[in-house]
Design a protein around this ligand. Structure first.
Ligand code: G3P
Ligand code: CA
Length: 298
């Protein structure tokens, strides 16, 4: 693999540095930022009282000491739960002492990234968008607008480094509520992109905010999309690593059709090599530190 190709791949921390710290917590995202990740991935769900929180599963049972569906709980209920102790082991630091494992709102994550001191991109995945009939996307766009993140960012963008939530912001890098004026539309140069397995969710985003990049996530290749096209409203392809392993030719078809390719969840060194050989644009991984080191970016 060539050096140039290795360095142009964006490394995205999946649920934060989720191999080392409890997923979707400040502990995991802080670690990913310290590790040098170019971007952070997070799943968002709506609480019963309309807050967007970063939780993967429909229910909180697996990743906290509570029970129940996120959609049935209010933010105040979620705030009483511990989202870290399920990952405790003898080697792990005591995250709870650092107060880094309470429920993470998307708003808090945006603040963390804005204060990171370097540009970091965000790949936000809408979970269960059909249940809420447009409300997830509405709230998401509202929040991005408030942070001035519903527009593309100027700067070199793409790949290692480039634009991000902290880029282009005046002063100390915080993106204030007044927003930041940004110019130039280039897919990879947006600080934020929206991902989903739901074409309908991405279509809603594309209709309301066509300037935001959208990533269509795929677990398998639908017969309708074999030629490399994506559903209307989807601009970047997000195949799972199994698709890449089993159908490497499909990646070339996606590229020929003009789509960038962001692959999830790439944790094994041989899969990283495969992604580099196929020239994908982003690798989404639970192990940002190891992947960066493999790519020669320790
Ligand atoms: O980054 C895409 C990937 O996160 C999709 O799968 O189940 O981990 O949300 P999942
Ligand atoms: Ca996800």
């Amino acid at each position: 693999m060539t050096q140039a190709r290795q360095h142009s791949i964006q490394v995205v921390a999946h649920r934060g540095a989720s191999e080392d710290a409890p997923e979707h917590t400040l502990a995991a995202y802080t670690k990913a930022i310290e590790d040098g990740a170019d971007a952070l991935e997070c799943d968002v769900r709506l609480t019963a009282d309309g807050h967007l929180v970063c939780v993967h599963d429909r229910r909180v049972n697996r990743t906290s000491n509570g029970r129940g569906a996120v959609s049935a709980l209010e933010l105040a209920d979620l705030a009483t739960l511990d989202f870290g102790s399920w990952r405790d082991s003898e080697e792990s630091p005591d995250w709870r002492d650092r107060d880094l494992t309470s429920v993470l709102t998307l708003e808090r994550l945006l603040e963390l990234v804005a204060d990171a001191g370097r540009p970091i991109q965000l790949a936000i995945e809408t979970k269960h968008p059909t249940r809420w009939a447009g409300q997830v996307e509405e709230r998401l766009l509202e929040l991005l607008r408030r942070f001035g993140l519903d527009r593309p960012t100027p700067g070199p963008g793409a790949g290692a480094g480039g634009s991000g939530v902290g880029a282009g912001a005046p002063g100390a890098g915080r993106v204030g509520p007044g927003g930041v004026v940004r110019g130039g539309v280039e897919l990879h140069e947006s600080a934020v992109r929206i991902m989903s397995f739901s074409a309908r969710s991405l279509h809603r985003i594309a209709s309301a905010a066509p300037q935001l990049p959208t990533v269509y996530l795929m677990q398998f290749v639908s017969p309708l999309l074999r030629d490399g096209r994506l559903p209307a409203g989807s601009r970047i392809a997000g195949p799972g690593i199994r698709i890449v392993r089993n159908h490497p030719g499909y990646i070339a078809r996606l590229h020929r059709a003009g789509h960038r390719v962001h692959v999830w969840t790439v944790n094994e060194p041989e899969d990283v090599d495969l992604c580099v050989r196929l020239g994908v644009e982003a690798i989404i991984t639970n192990r940002p530190k190891q992947v960066l080191s493999q790519l020669g970016r320790p």
